[in-house]
Unconditional design. Sequence first.
Length: 159
Amino acid sequence: MKRIATTALMAAGLAFSAHAVLADGHGAALEKAIKARKSLMQVYSFNLSGLGAMAKGEAKYDAKLAASLAGSLSNAAQASIGAMWPPGSDSTAMAGKTRALVKAWETYPEVQTKHEALLSAAADLVKVAGNGAEGLGAAVGAVGKACGGCHKPFRAPKK
Ligand code: HEC
């Protein structure tokens, strides 16, 4: 009961402060954070699709390129920081600006666990990407699974 009351108060407080920050121009700061994390996701996607194409044989396997795409993906994942996910930058508070579900904040640190799963899958990918096309498919698949593992609970479907 106490927990429910606290949560309700927190929700009210958050709604109030979101309103206050929007009023004094910090809404722009929230939008910048949203833009940064979306851009980082696009980098993930660029790297992973290049590797996916090689794994599927749609593109010729190139060890050097594969290693650099995997390194870039892993570095990008390490560059994702909490500051890109400020409270109040969810799709309930900022409808139309973001697809990040408020559940990611409400259930924290679950989302962090999903992020760690990506870091680990990306590190495994880095180990094998330059060693031949054979091992690529499984490692790319594992990274893809880590992406989906976070999108499913924490990203709203595309409208
Ligand atoms: C820890 C959670 C998490 C992980 C891991 C994750 N994503 Fe995301 N992703 C999100 C959330 C949340 C959004 C919605 C962001 C927003 O709209 O503010 C998103 C959005 C995206 C978008 C849309 C970006 C845009 O321009 O709107 C792409 C593309 C994407 N992710 C690709 C990936 C790929 C590829 C991976 C794996 C390599 C990945 N994501 C891993 C949570 C995650």
